[in-house]
Design a protein around this ligand. Structure first.
Ligand code: SAM
Length: 275
């Protein structure tokens, strides 16, 4: 097959995947990357389309419960903010976070998670959240300065629109953007960057994803975390596995690393700057 045929096949595959209701709002750049891999691996076009959708489900779709209903959630958030009661706002934020498996799993540890990981890193006036999911809803738990900026990236346009609308209600400068971080890693200079439970997910598409992101992100501190249970709830020695994996990824660096184990998550504080 000529290169031109390959290209038009890839365009057809991207179009076909993007017409499916489940994937139409996903970053076309990511569909393109996965589609290209699957076209070379699979026996025919139909199998490549199916495999691309499966991979998108594994790395993104599987985390959402499909009941996010962003316009309703936004109204609830607005009402909670208007009460001026921080407890009410946190309750609504928790409800929103329960729609994404990754943040849902963090809810039982939320009160300790950010206070433990961030208290020694203050003042924090900028955060970068890579493959954020609904984690920006945890902003009320973060020890941020009053003029803080929050940059958030993920691949679903409706989620990104919702996060922008939500952050505009908060007393911070927030900016969410749809982006395939594998093709274009954000490089804003920040105090703290979150790579929460993201490395294993992105390494399913690109083996070097973790290695590259850790080096490209321009932050004083990185907070990198890993799940300790799989999505299905099974613990398969993940704590040891991911500890070894992270240390391998950092082998050729002089960065200071400190770990914290929570009931549902293994986290690392990495100091990138020497001063
Ligand atoms: C395991 S979840 C982690 C979510 C969030 N960091 C947290 O811990 O709550 C992985 C997230 O990565 C996002 N994602 C997958 N591939 C991506 C890519 N290439 N670029 C940006 N985000 C991606 C998914 O949509 C999903 O929200």
């Amino acid at each position: 097959m000529s290169e031109l045929d390959d290209l038009s096949l890839l365009e057809r595959l991207v179009q076909e995947v993007l017409t499916s209701p489940k994937y139409r709002d996903i970053s076309p750049a990511l569909v393109h990357t996965i589609g290209m891999q699957e076209l070379t691996r699979r026996r025919n076009f139909k199998e490549a389309v199916k495999a691309t959708k499966n991979k998108l489900h594994q790395v993104a779709g599987a985390y959402l419960d499909g009941r996010e209903s962003y316009p309703d959630r936004l109204i609830e958030l607005q009402a909670a903010i208007q009460t001026g009661d921080a407890h009410i706002l946190r309750q609504v934020c928790k409800k929103v976070m329960s729609h994404h498996a990754s943040t849902r799993e963090r809810l039982p540890i939320l009160d300790q998670f950010y206070s433990t990981l961030l208290s020694d890193l203050t003042p924090i006036s900028s955060i970068l959240d890579i493959a954020c999911g609904l984690n920006p809803l945890a902003i009320p738990w973060l020890p941020l300065t009053s003029d803080a900026t929050y940059y958030a990236y993920d691949i679903y346009q409706p989620m990104i629109d919702f996060l922008n609308a939500y952050m505009s209600l908060l007393p911070i400068k927030g900016r969410a953007q749809r982006r395939d971080v594998l093709q274009s890693c954000p490089t804003e200079r920040v105090d703290v960057a979150f790579l929460l439970k993201t490395i294993p997910c992105l390494e399913q598409i690109d083996r070097k994803a973790g290695y590259n992101l850790l080096r490209t992100i321009n932050a004083r501190y990185l907070i990198v975390s890993f799940p300790v249970h799989s999505l299905g709830g099974y613990n398969k020695g993940m704590l040891t596995h991911y500890t070894t994996h992270l240390h391998r990824l950092l082998e050729d660096t002089q960065w200071e690393v400190h770990n914290e184990v929570f009931a549902t998550e293994l986290a690392f504080i990495i100091k990138k700057d020497a001063h």
